[in-house]
Design a protein around this ligand. Sequence first.
Ligand SMILES: [Zn+2]
Length: 51
Amino acid sequence: MKCDFCKKKVEELFLGKIKGTFFMKGKIKKAVCADCQKGSSLEDLKKKVGL
Ligand SMILES: [Zn+2]
């Protein structure tokens, strides 16, 4: 799993969780790592990944 913002690898935790967050829109699933989450609002991040 790669971060859709910085394109770095996102660390995967157990039970399908990642060190970061997922944004879902219909069938589209985008991952954003914890580092990219810092300093940006969720709305900003959604726009940046194209949702
Ligand atoms: Zn990132």
